[in-house]
Design a protein around this ligand. Sequence first.
Ligand SMILES: [Zn+2]
Length: 91
Amino acid sequence: MAVAKKTVLIAHEVEFYPDVFDCTIRDFIEQRERLRLPTDEFRTCYICGRHLQKHRKPIVVNVSGIGNRFACDKCYTEHTSGGMNGEKTEL
Ligand SMILES: [Zn+2]
């Protein structure tokens, strides 16, 4: 399976990594629960705070000074299109 990896730098130094995980958000959370690791920060979008759809693959955001969090499709699209139609993730 080909993995397309694209990183985009925006304000606050948030980088998007849309195709890092080959599992769903539910799988990821269940894995962490099995390891007794905290999961709350991976249930919602780091940027807008909306609950993430658990059957989707996570879009990872690396936030400077904080670490890896997840973002929703909407924020990913908004922050990577920059008002132009150029940037799209190819699957
Ligand atoms: Zn969002």
